[in-house]
Design a protein around this ligand. Structure first.
Ligand code: GLP
Length: 254
């Protein structure tokens, strides 16, 4: 197995990192247009991804109109996670986030930008259905990931096994605190549960791109780079995948 990560891309400034990462994603989207049965994209949410999606949208809007139309027509992506109990219209939902970041700017429909249905009356059944849907679409090709300060990927909170599947999870107090910004700063208003793809589905992607920015992620990134895989650091299971790129800015790698 090659050394972990397969590629470590470092840029001092986060903006330069996003340019580099969006350039590779743009290239993969161009390549997808030439494939007969491309795998869907695996997408993530969170503050880290916002400048990346903005940089990507800018690049794609410079494409010739017919090529952009072909991209639009063939777009299919699966997001990692969604809060349980939030309808898509809720401004704090990840569905809303994706509509704002990519759906509206690129003219993509909800059916093309898939997320788990957090408003389903039976979240466990919705999670199982979402995992099956991704599997029957072939699994993700290019998988984007952010990193939680507690080492989560998607909403796979520690402790988490490498074979965890798409399911309903309880969010830790640390995660609810970290994500309170969209809930008037009140962690108690952050839903206590979410649906997330499991580490198992994430590891089935063709290539994995973990994007880590800011000094708040420095400690967890050091652990990820130096500790062996453990249930206490769900992102550490990525070490078992042969094609992992870590994209980090100077603050996260300091
Ligand atoms: C959130 C999401 C993840 C995200 C991560 C980092 O809780 N569930 O998908 O990648 O934590 O978030 P941020 O980029 O806001 O730091």
């Amino acid at each position: 197995m090659p050394a972990f990560p397969h590629q470590l891309v470092r840029r001092q400034e986060a903006a330069d990192l996003m340019e580099a990462c969006s350039a590779l994603l743009e290239l993969r989207l161009q390549q997808r247009l030439e494939q007969q049965h491309p795998r869907p994209l695996g997408l993530a949410t969170g503050r880290t991804m916002e400048p990346l999606y903005a940089a990507l949208v800018q690049r794609l809007k410079a494409w010739p109109a017919p090529t952009l139309e072909a991209l639009r027509a063939g777009w299919l992506s699966f997001n990692l996670d969604e809060y349980v109990g939030l309808p898509g219209a809720d401004q704090a939902s990840y569905r809303h986030y994706m509509d704002v970041q990519l759906g509206q700017p690129l003219g993509l429909s909800s059916a093309q930008l898939r997320l788990p249905d957090g408003s389903d009356d039976d979240p466990a059944a919705a999670a199982a259905a979402y995992g099956s849907e991704l599997a029957s679409s072939g699994g993700a090709g290019f998988q984007l990931l952010g990193l939680g300060s507690n080492g989560h990927v998607g909403f796979n909170e520690p402790p988490c096994d490498a074979d965890a599947r798409c399911r309903v999870v309880d969010l830790s107090p640390a995660t609810r605190q970290q994500n309170a910004g969209l809930f008037a700063g009140d962690p108690e208003r952050v839903p206590p549960q979410a649906i997330t793809l499991g580490v198992r589905e994430i590891l089935q992607a063709e290539e994995i791109h973990l994007v880590v920015t800011g000094v708040a992620k420095a400690a967890v990134l050091q652990r990820l780079l130096h500790e062996p895989p453990t249930v206490d650091l769900p992102a550490s299971w990525l070490q078992q995948h042969p094609q992992v790129w870590i994209w980090a800015d100077g603050a996260a790698l300091h």
